[in-house]
Design a protein around this ligand. Sequence first.
Ligand SMILES: NC(=O)c1ccc[n+]([C@@H]2O[C@H](COP(=O)([O-])OP(=O)(O)OC[C@H]3O[C@@H](n4cnc5c(N)ncnc54)[C@H](OP(=O)(O)O)[C@@H]3O)[C@@H](O)[C@H]2O)c1
Length: 368
Amino acid sequence: MKSLIVQAHPLRCKIVDVPVPQPGPQEVLIKVIYCASNPRDWKAPDHLIPGEDINQGNEMSGVIEAVGSDVYEFRKGDRVAAAHPIQTANGTYAEYATAPVNTCFLLPPNISLEGSYFVVLNTSMFLTKVPSEGCTIPFALCTAALGFYQRLKIPFPTSPNNAEVQSPLIIYGGSSSIGAYSLKLAKLGRFTKIIAVCGSGRDYVESIGVVTHFVDYRKGNVVNDLKTALDGEKCLHAVDAINNGTSWNHLVAVLEPEGSRMSVYLPRLDYTSIPTHITIGPTFVGTVHGQPTPYWDQKCDEDVDFAYALFRLVSKWLAEGKISGHPYQLLPYGLASVENGLQQLKDGNVCAKKLIYRIADTPGLDYV
Ligand SMILES: NC(=O)c1ccc[n+]([C@@H]2O[C@H](COP(=O)([O-])OP(=O)(O)OC[C@H]3O[C@@H](n4cnc5c(N)ncnc54)[C@H](OP(=O)(O)O)[C@@H]3O)[C@@H](O)[C@H]2O)c1
């Protein structure tokens, strides 16, 4: 099968032929229909874990091809979306990829894997495939939920405390995948004031329908604008999906001195400038697959079952329309466009959307 290796310095992607992998006992093997890019896909070979040329894809939708010996909930032919464990073999930039069952969920009937419709051009008729949002969900939503519930300790929707009114919430980077999914999760709770820091992605953030106040980081008055939005209310919870140093300094300036929590998503950074009275929630999606948080060396074994429960509920929430995927742009030529997509992410040119690829569009594949 075709699989794609991401290399750095310079950023290059190479399509190689490898054997179809076998699922481990607690894994499923998925025929990948769509996969999506995430910022870490270029960052890992570039500076996070340099020197390892591997398939960096972690997010997919597709059809189960085979199940491992201990798998009892999924079967061949199931339509699913799944997150693949980061920095491990058999990633999602490939025709087939593996995923542990705790980060695999069934796509409900209202979420198609892909739709198809006929387009008439001149006198010819073409069958066109349109993707669905499935592949935009697993990795980013899982990360957002870890930060939101496990690190910020916002009550989970099944908790009796979920009905309690929470203090104002700030989402720094509201249009990023992590920020937008955090907003969608906030919608399942009870917040009367939610402030989103965003820029050109504001329209999308507004469409989520939960933000009460907007702060435009491009205007350069973020701290003042956050204070104006808070209007004297104590703020105890913030999501920093941007983690550029400026962002957390802005949050430190407005978070309540006692009892505040801030979730951060780049655990390798130096956060020692954040005063100790603010509890930092280092969020690392690898913990759902038993990997320790880099530098913090937190194992967080409870995150494994957290993800299992979350992913079962995600199917239900999607079916009930309580949650939805992220906007996306389908790049042409399948795997052959991943390099272009990762370069766009590296250049910071992707606003409020995921870049996704249809594997069957890859030149040289012998199936459609
Ligand atoms: N720890 C983990 O396990 C983990 C997992 C996933 C991601 N991450 C990290 O989390 C971060 C977010 O990832 P993502 O996939 O959500 O990113 P993304 O969707 O690619 O983020 C793009 C968005 O960032 C916004 N943005 C850029 N600069 C901003 C600023 N100064 N203030 C506010 N918004 C700003 C842009 O907003 P506008 O268009 O509105 O200007 C853009 O829409 C990345 O650093 C990623 O590496 C970590």
